[in-house]
Design a binder for this molecule. Structure first.
Ligand code: DGP
Length: 222
């Protein structure tokens, strides 16, 4: 049996990742592709609950390095589960991954190298689909501003770091998220189906995030 594809959907807050990833799993299943959704942070685990409290309570004081490592631990604690699912042929559609970890922490001024170190060794996605949205559209979405990082300044910095990832990472693809939900969905779905086929045809083994070779300074000019 060939493994499932590991797909990540990234983008700033309120760009539509949650609804799109849910619908994508339904559409893939309708095409008889086994698929499941995951999201990071996974708020159901112990680290996820601490993270969730930190995000909701803007007065919560927690050192930037400590919260970065908690987000990272939240990904590490899911590695075995992800490998099992992928090995059993399930395609994982994952809402955010370590790219968000690096982008949000680096946007706070932390060093990109420092942020990447604890992520090394995690599974590397087959494809990262970056939902790129205009900042006016983002701000008009319901709920914007509720959580700690939902400020225009922070989100613009994060967006710039995603842009740099998309320019230097071989597995990234930009998706225009300003069009209608259905159009964005179609675009995402076509890309995912192609990745599922590529993984199946090449019998690709798991990939891992190795010591990062595209060591650009993503935070430059942010
Ligand atoms: P979400 O549940 O997708 O709305 O994400 C919650 C918030 O946490 C959002 O503002 C993005 C941010 N975030 C997601 N992953 C990480 C991470 O690994 N590190 C940091 N610092 N922030 C993250």
């Amino acid at each position: 049996m060939t493994r499932g594809a590991f797909i990540v959907v990234e983008g700033v807050d309120r760009c539509g990742k949650t609804s799109q990833t849910m619908k994508l799993v339904e559409s893939l299943q309708q095409k008889n592709i086994k698929a499941e959704r995951m999201a990071f942070p996974d708020r159901t685990t112990w680290t996820g609950q601490v993270i969730s409290n930190y995000l909701a309570d803007k007065n919560c004081k927690l050192n930037d390095q400590a919260i970065h490592l908690l987000f990272t631990a939240n990904r590490w604690e899911n590695v075995e589960k992800m490998k099992e699912k992928l090995s059993s042929g399930i395609t994982l559609v994952v809402d955010r991954y370590f790219y968000s970890g690096v982008a949000f922490s680096a946007a706070k001024g932390m060093s990109i190298d420092w942020c990447l170190q604890p992520e090394i060794g995690l599974l590397k996605p087959d494809k990262v689909l970056f939902l790129r949205i205009k900042s006016d559209t983002q701000k008009s979405r319901p709920g914007f501003g509720e959580e700690r990082y939902e400020t225009s300044v922070m989100q613009q910095k994060v967006n710039k770091i995603y842009d740099k990832f998309s320019q230097s990472e071989d597995n990234w693809k930009i998706i225009d998220a300003n069009s209608s939900f259905d159009e964005v969905h179609e675009d995402l779905l076509n890309n995912i189906v192609e990745s599922v086929q590529n993984v199946a045809n090449s019998n690709a083994p798991f990939k891992y995030l190795l010591n990062h070779c595209n060591k650009e300074d993503y935070t430059k000019n942010v």
